[in-house]
Design a protein around this ligand. Structure first.
Ligand code: PMP
Ligand code: GLU
Length: 388
C-alpha cells in the first residue's frame, strides 16, 4: 500500500534540474564537467537590485505582504506591460508569484478541472505536462514539425481540440527549440482559441532574448479577443539573472486573476517580501545591461551554431530566441537518456535529454554558460559524435 496520491505515479522529477544537480555533484567531487544543463544565466544579479533588497531588509520589510504582491511592484509590472507591450492592465489583474514556474502552475490550477485537457505543443518545456497532471487535468501533447520551425499551426491546433480542451500553452521564445512566433502565427492561433473558448497561457519569460532582429510578440496584443483569453506570464529570473530570487508575474483576465490571488493566499501567502523590493529596482532601474547580455548570448549562439553545423551525426535548427539549442541526435541512434548518461559519465559533458521535452531524438544544450565552457564542451561533444 502506498500513501502517495495516484496522480503522482505519472509525475517525473524535473530533468533540467536533475542533470544540473548531477553535474554539480561531479564538479564538487573534482571532475571537470562542462555543463550545458539548466537554463540559468551565468551573470550575477546586478548590484542595484541587490542593494534595493538589502535596503528593504534593513528597513524592516520583512513581514507578510498582500498575497499577490506589494502594490509598488504590481505598479511597476503594469507600467512594464504598458510601455513595452502596449498592454493595459488594472493592478487587480496582476499578481506577483514565486517564479514564473509558480505563475504557470497557479494559472493551470485556476482554470483547469480534473478531466480537462491542456494542449501542449512539443517540444515543450519539461514542467508543463507535469504541472497539468499535478492539477488533475490531462496534458494533450501535439508534436510540431521541424519544417514549421517547431511551431504549432492553427490547423494542428484545431485538430487537437476535443470537447474537453480548456487551455493551450504557448511559449515564445521557446524553451527548448528557440523558436519565436510571429504576429500572424499568433493571430491564427487566437482565432481558433476564440472560436472554441480556449484559454491561452502565454509564457513569455524569454521575451527579451531574441536574435537576428526577430521581434517578440506578446500573444495578448494581437487583438482585443486575444487579451480576453490570454494569461500572460513573465518573470525576472532570466532577464535580470535573478533565478534564486523566485519572482515571476502574471497578467490575466479579471476572474482568472482573482482565482490566482485566492490560490496564492492559501498556498504561499505571498512572494518573499524583501525580494519584491529588489524586483522593483530590476524593472525600474537601468535596462542597458540587457542589451549587453543579449549581445553576449548572441555571440555564444553564433559560435555554437557554426560548431554544431560541422559536427558529424547531428542536426540543428538555428534558434531565434531564448538560450538553448535542441540538437537532433536521430543519426546517433541512442535514446536521449542513454545518450546524455554516456555523454556525462564518459565525456564529462552535461546536457538535458530530449525525452524531457517530448522529443527523444534530441538533447538540449544551454548556452547560458561561458564561452570557455562552451568550447570545451563542444570539443568533447564532437569527439563523442565522431565515435558514434
Ligand atoms: N518558463 C520557461 C519556459 C522556463 O524555461 C522557465 C525556467 N526558468 C520558467 C518558466 C520558470 O522560470 P522561473 O520559475 O525561474 O521564473
Ligand atoms: N527553466 C530552466 C531550464 O529549462 C531552468 C530549470 C527549470 O526551471 O526547469 O533549464
Amino acid at each position: 500500500m502506498s500513501f502517495i496520491a495516484e496522480k503522482f505515479s505519472e509525475i517525473a522529477p524535473s530533468q533540467t534540474l536533475a542533470i544540473t544537480a548531477a553535474a554539480k555533484k561531479m564538479r564538487d567531487e573534482g571532475q571537470d564537467v562542462a555543463s550545458f544543463g539548466a537554463g540559468e544565466p551565468d551573470f550575477d544579479t546586478p548590484q542595484h537590485i541587490k542593494d534595493a533588497c538589502i535596503e528593504a531588509l534593513q528597513d524592516g520589510k520583512t513581514k507578510y505582504t498582500p498575497a499577490t504582491g506589494i502594490p509598488e511592484l504590481k505598479e511597476a509590472v503594469a507600467a512594464k506591460f504598458l510601455l513595452e507591450n502596449g498592454l493595459e492592465y488594472e493592478e487587480s489583474q496582476i499578481s506577483i508569484n514565486c517564479g514564473a514556474k509558480h505563475s504557470c502552475y497557479n494559472a493551470i490550477l485556476a482554470c483547469c478541472d480534473p478531466e480537462d485537457e491542456v494542449i501542449i505543443p512539443a517540444p515543450y518545456w519539461t514542467s508543463y505536462p507535469e504541472m497539468v497532471r499535478l492539477s488533475g487535468a490531462e496534458p494533450y501533447v501535439v508534436e510540431t514539425k521541424r519544417e514549421n520551425g517547431w511551431k504549432l499551426t492553427a490547423d494542428e491546433f484545431e485538430e487537437a481540440i476535443s470537447g474537453r480542451t480548456r487551455m493551450l500553452i504557448l511559449n515564445s521564445p521557446n524553451n527548448p527549440t528557440g523558436s519565436v512566433y510571429s504576429k500572424e502565427e499568433l493571430e491564427a492561433l487566437v482565432e481558433v482559441a476564440e472560436s472554441e473558448d480556449i484559454i491561452i497561457l502565454s509564457d513569455e519569460i524569454y521575451e527579451k532574448l531574441v536574435y537576428n532582429d526577430k521581434k517578440h510578440v506578446s500573444t495578448a496584443t494581437v487583438s482585443e479577443a486575444a487579451k480576453n483569453l490570454t494569461i500572460t506570464i513573465n518573470g525576472l529570473s532570466k532577464v535580470y539573472s535573478m533565478t534564486g530570487w523566485r519572482l515571476g508575474y502574471t497578467a490575466a483576465p479579471p476572474e482568472i486573476a482573482k482565482a490566482i490571488g485566492i490560490i496564492q493566499s492559501h498556498t504561499t501567502s505571498n512572494p518573499t517580501s524583501f525580494a519584491q523590493w529588489g524586483g522593483i529596482a530590476a524593472l525600474q532601474g537601468d535596462q542597458n545591461m540587457i542589451t549587453d547580455m543579449v549581445e553576449e548570448y548572441d555571440m555564444r549562439r553564433q559560435y555554437m551554431m557554426s560548431r554544431l553545423q560541422g559536427i558529424k551525426n547531428v542536426d540543428v535548427v538555428e534558434p531565434e530566441g531564448a538560450f538553448y539549442f535542441l540538437v537532433d541526435t536521430t543519426k546517433i541512434g541512442l535514446n536521449s537518456m542513454n545518450l546524455t548518461e554516456k555523454l556525462l559519465s564518459r565525456y564529462l559533458v552535461a546536457a538535458v535529454p530530449g525525452a524531457a521535452f517530448g522529443y527523444d531524438q534530441s538533447i538540449r544544450l544551454s548556452y547560458a554558460t561561458s564561452l570557455d565552457i562552451i568550447k570545451k564542451g563542444l570539443d568533447r561533444f564532437e569527439e563523442f559524435c565522431h565515435a558514434h
